[in-house]
Design a protein around this ligand. Structure first.
Ligand code: PEP
Length: 252
């Protein structure tokens, strides 16, 4: 059985003290709970303070991005080897804000995925269609392309370290959540594609998270879908009072 995962994407929010405080509140709220894997992904400058606050807890540290080269003259970029070095176990790659606002291509994301896995990180690979793509019935095509190009060339053993996140762009930060049935439909489709690309066993084990305006009020219904293995949470991960009930929904 797949364990539920609830990951908080803090995006470009918080300060040193707010990040430390939020991490402490999440740690206290999660306690010794083992029924769900909780991950928090603060901005790069706060990985250190948040990592300290998570010490000895069940909450794991993740980053929101990484570059596709291990080290070198790439001013302003952060290597996945550095993220592993500062205690990250996870990295979010292919987030729609990076695809659409920062122009990241499928090819670049694939390079990042391969290197992050090589550096020992688990990858949360985001896939998802825009509203226009959904309305023109291209959802399956788009998420299949994001999946196929994202994991191209990744060895089967490393695929076990990939977590997919279905994040419809029209649902991110908009308050318009996909219905549980819409999420389930895409998740089941993605799982069938993973089975074809990799193996039935691999697909059965791969966590597929839903992301897009998940809130305490809608989390349980979405997480109950058979192919939804938890959530990638943006806005609602910035307050422990919102995030912890979502974690609770992951426990069931
Ligand atoms: C996200 O940033 O990955 C996300 C899902 O954001 P929100 O929950 O705010 O829609």
């Amino acid at each position: 059985m797949r364990k539920k995962i609830v990951a908080g994407n803090w995006k470009m929010y918080t300060t040193t003290s707010a990040a430390r405080q939020l991490a402490r509140e999440v740690v206290a709220g999660v306690g010794n709970e083992q029924g769900v894997q909780v991950i928090v992904c603060p901005p790069f400058p706060y990985l250190g303070v948040v990592g300290e606050a998570l010490q000895g807890s069940r909450v794991a540290l993740g980053a929101q991005n990484a570059y596709c080269v291990r080290e070198g003259a790439f001013t302003g970029e952060v290597s996945p080897a550095m993220l592993a070095d500062v205690g990250c176990h996870y990295v979010i790659l292919g987030h729609s804000e990076r695809r659409h606002q920062l122009g990241e291509s499928d090819e670049l994301i694939n390079k990042k995925v391969k290197l992050a896995l090589d550096c020992g990180l688990k990858v949360i690979l985001c896939v998802g269609e825009t509203l226009q793509e959904r309305e023109s019935k291209q959802t399956s095509q788009v998420v299949e392309r994001h999946l196929t190009t994202g994991i191209a060339g990744v060895a089967p053993a490393a695929l076990a370290k990939v977590i997919l996140a279905y994040e419809p762009v029209w649902a991110i930060g908009t308050g318009h959540t996909a219905t549980p049935a819409q999420a389930q439909e895409v998740h089941a489709f993605l799982r069938s594609k993973v089975a074809a690309l990799w193996s039935a066993d691999g697909a059965a084990q791969m966590p597929i998270l839903y992301g897009g305006s998940v809130k305490p009020a809608n989390a349980a219904e979405i997480f109950q879908q058979p192919d939804v293995d938890g959530g990638l949470i943006g806005g609602a991960s910035l307050k422990a009072a919102d995030f912890l009930p979502i974690v609770q929904a992951g426990i069931g």
